[in-house]
Design a protein around this ligand. Sequence first.
Ligand SMILES: NC(=O)C1=CN([C@@H]2O[C@H](COP(=O)(O)OP(=O)(O)OC[C@H]3O[C@@H](n4cnc5c(N)ncnc54)[C@H](OP(=O)(O)O)[C@@H]3O)[C@@H](O)[C@H]2O)[C@@H](O)CC1
Ligand SMILES: [K+]
Length: 501
Amino acid sequence: MKILTAAQTRQLDQATMRAQHITSVELMERAAGALAEWFYGAFPHERGEILVLCGPGNNGGDGLALARLLHNAGYAVRVALLPTAHPSADWQHNRQHLPGGVPVAELAADALPALAPGALVVDALFGTGLARPLAGLAAAVAAHLHQARARVVAVDLPSGLLADGPQPDPGAPVVRADYTLSFGLPKLAFLLPQNAEYVGEWHVLDIGLDQGFIDQAATPWHFTPLHDASVALPRRARFGYKNTFGHALLLAGSRGKMGAAVLSAGACLRGGAGLLTAHIPGGGYDIFQTTRPEAMCLTDAQANFISELPDLGPYQAVGIGPGLGQEDATRAVLAQLLRTATVPLVIDADALNLLGAHRELLALLPPNTVLTPHIGEFTRLTEKAHDDYHRLDLLREFAQKYRCVVVLKGAYTAVGAPDGQVYFNSTGNPGMGTGGSGDVLTGLVLALRADQRLGPLHAARLAVLAHGHAGDLAAAATGEAGLIASDLVAHIGPALQALTE
Ligand SMILES: NC(=O)C1=CN([C@@H]2O[C@H](COP(=O)(O)OP(=O)(O)OC[C@H]3O[C@@H](n4cnc5c(N)ncnc54)[C@H](OP(=O)(O)O)[C@@H]3O)[C@@H](O)[C@H]2O)[C@@H](O)CC1
Ligand SMILES: [K+]
């Protein structure tokens, strides 16, 4: 699913009207109808009065049309208008069609509407036409909503927030919505941690926007829903056997962190690898073999860390990093791996930290390597980003420069591809913020990289999607707080099953 800019969204409106021979008023009516349907579902028994705040443009027009539909459906509705000398044409149309039974007032700075705590408010002040930061009356209204602890439903965007870029004045007020209802496609702003306090829970409402325009629109940003044909797992061949599905090598673990190797290995096995060999510090042998009997095990001469690179001949993919530690001898192993590997690599955790601390090694990264940093590890590889948008720029630059796939882990994990495209993940939940969660992802990516049917981008996107879905399945059983990384491993099977072609 593509993510478009505000400017592209305006073009999409026009293209939709042309392609479907409808007027802008008709498109607005569709938008308002979709908003009303969402309200009926979300607030079926709302008894209190709903305050609809309308700005001067088409966002306000949506609000006016919604107020009419809610009133006609039996809700108590009141409208407050931002004073304007130049309302949009569709605003005027919907103002004229507002039933006489809906009270309408103009907002004024010295008489902001009284709101009981928890009052339901629709924010239809500004959407994609926001031209400058909120100031004056609009800023006062945003602050008032926050102070009154109203429940705010934002139409298209929380007013004051830009759809696709950083705020020019980060100090200017923005409406803090509990829900944001966007039309057709998600907005980039929804996916970034810095905007979470404004956007709240967001939903995309289908209003039949022109697919032809969307298909040809150029954008680096994509959103991967749970079911996306382009990342599905191909079925296993009926006559396949363990060698068909790939033999993975995992280099992981150090004293005190053997659990990382165990978790990662479990995920690799559950991820469908035909065979898995783990190379671990000698002291971890008993732990590993008793907890992961399905895997083969090579032990290092060192008891507490890894100092030797095994012969890579038998393997279709190699993963390195979980629980690795950052010994000099281990760095030498990483460097030797980067120099000699001819099969796909997956690099995580301390292997990324070693790369960050010895950046000369980055030049050795083989193309199509998959790296799985969290924000801290990514910062060590690049630089400190001044905001989430800048971090996305750094992600694109890094993936293009090193021709790698970079999985930047977070609430909407962003997978950066060598061609500069970025794919945001839709699955997962805060319960996955728990020790070992990343090690599980590494094992899963490794399994899918050993599967020679999948390219690096497909493997990385599918692994991220399945990892998040496993987290959602696990959380349904344990709750978010009770979720631990072993639960993720246990749910990889059903998650992949749900994502199979
Ligand atoms: N996308 C879709 O498919 C569909 C989109 N639709 C809806 O259209 C919305 C976009 O409508 P839009 O283009 O009229 O812009 P909108 O956000 O109402 O604001 C423009 C007005 O605000 C003013 N203004 C701007 N900033 C300001 C500020 N800080 N402080 C004060 N004033 C400010 C600006 O005035 P000006 O800058 O000219 O002075 C102008 O008057 C979109 O978000 C969605 O809700 C649906 O109806 C149909 C399907
Ligand atoms: K809005």
